[in-house]
Write a protein that binds this ligand. Structure first.
Ligand code: AQP
Length: 343
């Protein structure tokens, strides 16, 4: 039987998440948070602090709750507004884990074996990694689809995981003969901020888990620290070229120009035209000033939110209730579709 003519036609919903596994950095901000804020005026948005994902690698139990508040403060300081968007910690909404189990029985081992992020994170130690780390993309599919999420604003590193979410949704719809039940979620991967690279090595993405703090700009860094990290950022002895093609083979230069473009809202070509022929002695201080001007107010606001943890807890608890009300009926429908016993 072909179902090509029938597909999901329910409401659109934006879903995305960030792990409370350390301080957020400029890559998280430009690849995800900045876009989240832009989406919340015109869309129904659910933004999750994915603590169940964070524990796929060791997290200190004494710190996890505060790390969660820290990420909530970063959301709020970046402009995510709890009056417009739902903000909550993943572990407070049981639908995530329940749906992840059902999806474990839909996803195929061969699909997970192809996930490059697991290979990158596990390296040569894959046998010693948690089963949770291997299963991470299935939980991610459950996160999105427990809300029938249709659009997922993420950085480019998440593209493959999003394809897996689509495969799982399509297989569920097909296996259980409910062609219009789950949407096939679309990634929203936008602009030069979608792939911010390490300041020390333009071939690695900026990452919380990079052992070198100089590789990233943290949302908590002071103006002085930001300026120092940009001054020390790897570049080369050349000048800013005229065209994007001329940055081929100069990944660090492309990264610094990309950061400038993403922060200023210009295209990379506009940035090149403004600085063509200038060396890094000129470009880096300009980039440092811009970064401090854009990130400074966020850092300040974050501090203010963190000084009021009760307010953060109130927002997270209300967000969890609101999230639960959307996700629980969807997962109840999944139970019915799969034919579980009920009275
Ligand atoms: N370098 C990046 N450039 C653009 N976007 C990025 N994101 C992460 N790094 C970059 C996006 O940020 C969102 C949240 O990411 P996460 O914290 O949930 O997980 P991650 O991708 O694993 O982030 P890190 O910093 O690399 O953490 P570790 O080092 O712990 O793995 C996602 O939308 C992601 O695309």
């Amino acid at each position: 039987m072909s179902h090509t003519a029938v597909e999901y036609s329910g409401p659109e919903r934006v879903f995305s998440g960030v792990q409370p596994s350390g301080d957020l950095h400029l890559g998280n901000y430009l690849g995800a948070l900045k876009n989240w804020v832009e989406l919340q005026d015109a869309h129904d948005c659910v933004y999750c602090i994915v603590d169940l994902h964070a524990v796929t690698v060791w997290q200190d139990p004494k710190k996890l709750a505060d790390q969660t508040r820290n990420i909530a403060a970063a959301f709020l300081a970046s402009g995510v507004d709890p009056a417009k968007s739902i903000i909550y910690p993943q572990s407070r909404v049981k639908a995530h884990t329940e749906l992840a189990w059902y999806f474990n029985c839909v996803a195929r081992v061969g699909w997970l074996n192809r996930m490059t992020q697991f290979k990158d994170k596990a390296g040569k130690n894959s046998e010693k990694m948690s089963v949770g780390l291997y299963d991470y993309p299935v939980l991610q599919a459950a996160d999105i689809l427990a809300f029938k999420g249709t659009h997922v604003p993420v950085g480019e590193d998440q593209k493959q995981h999003l394809e897996l979410s689509r495969d799982i949704a399509a297989k569920f719809n097909n296996d259980f003969d409910v062609p219009a039940f789950f949407p096939l979620p679309e990634p929203l991967i936008q602009g030069p901020g979608a792939r911010i690279m390490s300041l020390r090595d333009g071939s690695n993405k900026m990452s919380k888990s990079d052992p070198s703090d100089n590789s990233r700009i943290n949302l908590t860094d002071s103006a002085d620290v930001i300026a120092k990290k940009i001054r020390k950022a790897k570049s080369d002895a050349g000048v800013i070229p005229e065209s994007i093609e001329e940055m081929d083979g100069r990944p660090e230069v492309a990264n610094l120009v990309g950061i400038y473009a993403a922060l200023s809202g210009q295209s990379q070509q506009d940035v090149l035209s403004e600085y063509v022929g200038q060396g890094f002695g000129v470009f880096k201080p300009a980039l440092a000033d811009l970064t401090v001007a854009k990130m400074g107010p966020i850092t300040e606001l974050m501090k203010r939110y963190l000084a009021a943890p009760d307010e953060i807890d109130r927002i997270l608890a209300a967000g969890a209730d609101a999230a639960d009300q959307i996700a629980t009926p969807i997962v109840d429908d999944v139970r019915d579709i799969m034919g579980f016993w009920k009275v």
